[in-house]
Design a protein around this ligand. Structure first.
Ligand code: 5MM
Length: 332
């Protein structure tokens, strides 16, 4: 059975009109860490309540085309007893699912990781599709440290796994989000970030090509080209925008359905400003939008911690970030 036209339509919808993707796919340990830092309790129910609050934000689908879920949320029901994928569908929001099983130490390179999750992936994708998923996500994590990291081994193995995942997704009728994240942790310069992000995107697209992944049926979720968090002379927002766009233009084929950036630990305001400045450099070969996690959710989580159960307070924070990023992605 050919899913080609369905996947083209889903990929186009994910990035259409400046809408973006809400990355709400924190694994339970990660969400627990974020909750506990704010004094919130993390249980099966409290995680469900938090996510239901996010998804039920009034008018969310004006700015958000889809949301990425962790398996736990995917199988949960709203307080009204509706499955989360069905609930999102009723709101005209596409359901995505994180299918990697995490970044694990890379044998022989203990300071670097390889993202795992390929075993049994076809079967898992078929099940997710039958339950309402239309797209998936897999995140590779690349660390910069001096001139030694990342190693070529880390870049090549992660690029290969990303492409294996993407091809399996397309064989099962699911649009892959391909997420090679170059971490912004560290002291590195903008130039080093440019060099590493270029090398990573180059290898990722070589692998995607070799494994015959259809570019118009996928969305790329890259990190920005940005100075390390601890760098002495951090690049300006304008420099980040120019370097990022130059890097993507060099390495991302124009037929890719779209680019949806990750925020990677930037502040919410900074992530929006970078997106705006990049779109100002257009016209670009692909729609350039957002797939933020922390940069969309952080202010809402702070409000939720302050007054848990006050939906309006937290939802107004999410609406504020989502609409600001929508506006940034529509900058011409
Ligand atoms: C939402 O966080 C995702 C990762 O969660 P785990 O570490 O628990 O697996 C992550 O992949 C996220 O989707 C992207 O990194 C984008 O999130 P940010 O916060 O970087 O925009």
């Amino acid at each position: 059975m050919s899913y080609k036209s369905d996947m083209e339509a889903v990929a186009a919808k994910m990035v259409a009109g400046g809408k973006g993707i809400l990355a709400a796919d924190e694994s339970s340990p990660t969400l627990t860490k974020r909750f506990e830092a704010l004094g919130l309790q993390s249980t099966f129910e409290t995680r469900r309540d938090w996510r239901e609050m996010l998804f039920s934000t009034p008018d969310l689908s004006n700015w958000i085309s889809g949301t990425i879920l962790f398996d736990e949320t995917f199988r949960q029901q709203t307080s009204q007893g509706v499955s989360i994928p069905d609930y999102l569908k009723s709101l005209d929001i596409l359901t995505g699912i994180k299918v990697d099983t995490g970044a694990k130490p890379l044998p022989s390179r203990p300071n670097e990781t390889i993202t795992e999750g390929l075993d049994g992936l076809s079967q898992r994708l078929a099940e997710y599709r039958s339950l309402g998923a239309t797209f998936a996500k897999w995140r590779a994590v690349i660390k910069i440290e001096g001139e030694d990291l990342p190693s070529r081994t880390a870049v090549l193995t992660n690029a290969h796994a990303l492409a294996r995942y993407a091809k399996l997704c397309q064989s099962e009728g699911i649009v892959p989000i391909v997420e090679p994240e170059v971490l912004m942790d560290g002291l590195h310069s903008l130039e080093r970030s440019f060099e590493v992000t270029s090398a990573v995107l180059h290898e990722v697209f070589c692998e995607l090509w070799d494994q015959e992944v259809a570019y118009n049926q996928m969305v790329l979720k890259p990190s920005m080209v940005i100075s390390g968090k601890g760098a002495a002379d951090r690049a300006t927002p304008q420099e980040v925008a120019s370097a990022s766009v130059e890097c993507y233009k060099n390495h991302v084929p124009a037929s890719v359905a779209g680019i949806a950036l990750l925020s990677g630990g930037q502040s919410d305001v900074e992530a929006t400003e970078h997106l705006r400045l990049m779109n100002e450099l257009g016209p670009l070969p692909w729609p350039l939008t957002f797939s933020y996690g922390r940069a969309l959710q952080d202010p809402a989580m702070a409000a939720w911690a302050k007054e848990t159960g006050n939906l309006e307070l937290a939802q107004s924070q999410l609406a504020g970030r989502a609409s600001a990023n929508f506006a940034a992605a529509n900058t011409r």
